[in-house]
Design a protein around this ligand. Structure first.
Ligand SMILES: [Zn+2]
Length: 272
């Protein structure tokens, strides 16, 4: 008995929901076909061809070495990445600036649309107030909100060797800040950066690309022996050396890394 009442109750609720939805759909259909305000809005939306970004320039990196994590700032990391991404980033900033400029006049034109409640064809069976309510709702949903503020979010994390992150730092960079960094990066003669701070930041990040994981795989590759004198010592006496030093443009790649004992590394210094 109670079960039957429950079923009937559910059925009534469902019918009410269905009825409301069908009624609303009827109003929406009428508005989309007849509202003059919405037609004006669509014309405006088509006229302004706003840039729609689908790219993600945010940066995230996990260091498994606390010294590198401490020594490298979010700005250092961004400068390093901008070496490779600056052209795409500049293009993106220009697109956002285009949006920003156009958005002002778009907003002005949209705010001047006032033909709410005016329809190409009238339908007296529809409730005027409800019609107006739905029309404004739809209008607000259809107003474009283009992206106008470009920024890059940088996150640096510090993890244990097993990958578990236990610290992180974050910083946002505005398009103005990024443009300035690119300008400083571009200030160079051939391979020589005129801005010493930029060069130091690049070196810090390059050095930091040798993770602990990478370090141990280099030791393993070299058989836990110094590549110069062949000494095999406790691994805390061995060091990782950049064959072509970072200060001379060397990279932290497997081919440019070798195992040296502390003494040989000291003698080699920054020579290549
Ligand atoms: Zn040695």
């Amino acid at each position: 008995m109670w079960f039957l009442i429950f079923i009937i109750f559910i059925a009534i609720i469902c019918s009410i929901v269905a009825f409301i939805r069908i009624r609303k759909n009827k109003y929406v259909k009428f508005i989309m076909e007849n509202s003059i305000a919405i037609k004006n809005l669509i014309d405006n939306n088509n006229k302004y061809n706003f840039y729609n970004s689908s790219k993600n320039f945010n940066e995230r990196h996990v260091y498994d070495n606390e010294n590198f994590y401490e020594g490298i700032s979010c700005e250092d990391y961004l400068i390093y990445q901008l070496q490779y991404k600056k052209y795409d980033v500049e293009k993106e900033i220009n697109n956002f600036n285009y949006n920003k400029e156009k958005y002002k006049s778009y907003c002005k034109e949209i705010s001047e649309i006032s033909e709410f409640g005016k329809y190409v064809e009238e339908n007296n069976k529809l409730n005027k107030n409800y019609l107006l309510k739905i029309e404004k709702e739809l209008f607000n949903q259809m107003v474009l909100k283009p992206a106008t503020n470009f920024k890059i979010h940088v996150v640096l994390c510090c993890s244990k060797i097993n990958g578990v992150v236990y610290r992180n730092k974050k910083q946002d960079f505005s398009s103005e800040q990024i443009t300035l960094l690119i300008k400083r990066l571009n200030n160079k003669n051939r391979d020589f950066y005129n801005d010493k701070e930029i060069w130091n930041a690049l070196c810090r990040v390059e050095r930091g690309r040798v993770s602990n994981k990478m370090r141990f795989s280099i030791y393993q590759r070299d058989g836990y022996r110094c590549c110069r004198c062949g000494r095999s010592e406790e691994s805390d006496y061995l060091e990782i050396d950049h064959i072509k030093p970072i200060a001379k443009g060397g990279k932290s790649t497997y081919n440019n890394l070798q195992t040296l004992c502390r003494r040989c590394n000291k003698n080699k210094g920054d020579t290549y």
